[in-house]
Design a protein around this ligand. Sequence first.
Ligand SMILES: *Cc1c(COP(=O)(O)O)cnc(C)c1O
Length: 406
Amino acid sequence: MTLPDSTTWPVITPADRDAVLGVLSDGALVSDRNEETAVDRLETEWAEYVRARHCIGVANGTIALELALEAIGVGPGDEVVVPALSFVATAMAVVNRGARPVFADIDPVTYNIDPDSLRAAITARTVAVMPVHLHGLPAPMDQVMEICQAHGLAVIEDAAQAHGATIEERHVGTFGSIGCFSLQATKNLPTCGEGGLLVTDDDAVASRLRQLRQFGEVIERGRPRKYLSHIVGHNAKLSSVQAAFTSSQLRRLEATSECQDRNVREFLTALEPLAGLHVPRAADPRARHVWHILRFRIDPGVAGLDRSEAGPVREALQRLLRAEGVPVTRYQLIPLSDQPAFSDLPPTTANEEIPVTRAVLADSFVLQRRHLDPSAAPLLRQYAEAFHKTWQHVNLVPALTASRRR
Ligand SMILES: *Cc1c(COP(=O)(O)O)cnc(C)c1O
């Protein structure tokens, strides 16, 4: 069975189309012209929105992470602590700098980096920490900043999934030295393709990031480009078309987020009564969750089974829900540390045990994207009904897990 799904993400309005077509007609196609471009405008708007001194637009969220690490001087021999549950880009950016990602465990309720595990991951080689505001929920920045200040470590925030998320009104991305956002089309603030934004309050870091983005050159508005490369940089520029689309989306980001928040809260409240289902929540009342991904944990006890059966119980429930038309999937099949690409990392003296990450990956599934469309409320009500129906048949789960084992 499939439920009729009229939701889309990103939602593309006539205003978004006009913004893109506007770039085509005014001819400012590249960001290195003398006059102000759509990229400059987006940078100003995003800096204002998150209340940062500087914003630098780049080609994607991954290169934003890499340039951030490069701007603060991370290189070979260094270690950077990252959470073991994230998109691969978080750790890959570190490896691409020639540095060693060290994997910290996560919190079992928020899925964000666990401060105690972060402490255990610090060695004499550690130079920076990259907290990820996973699924749209701010990482515990009070504790992360305290630990990093005590050890003299830089903080680079991976806010790719958390545009508009705040802790006491302060935007994620503005706690550490540099905040990195992705504008990739599936994110909460999308572009019509690929893009990224960096924010920082540090003038020197901002100019370094601008140089790194464009061949180490210094680009000054109103002056001809000199083609002088002061440092070795990259071509990591954001395109004007992408920027104009995102500016148009940004105009309604707050309204969209509020609508998403209402829809998701109604949905999660409807699921609250289901035994053994842990729905996502913002554990810290001061944090604003922007619900990029909804992760659900399953307690195998609900089907009369124990912890060792968590994976099979989760899988059986996932199959039952999918049969009812709820497109639950998994987000990250393995911890970052198990990615084949990272199998040859140099040794570290850090403690890299990540039991919580492993447990969460075994016993949880996610809903993605459908809930981001502001018109998703009716679909989410159908999903909630399907969850209730599935839970009425939870007694089937032991048989299903047994048949899988045979
Ligand atoms: C999407 C994402 C990235 C990478 O962003 P791209 O724009 O796709 O390169 C990095 N970190 C996290 C947590 C992400 O979700």
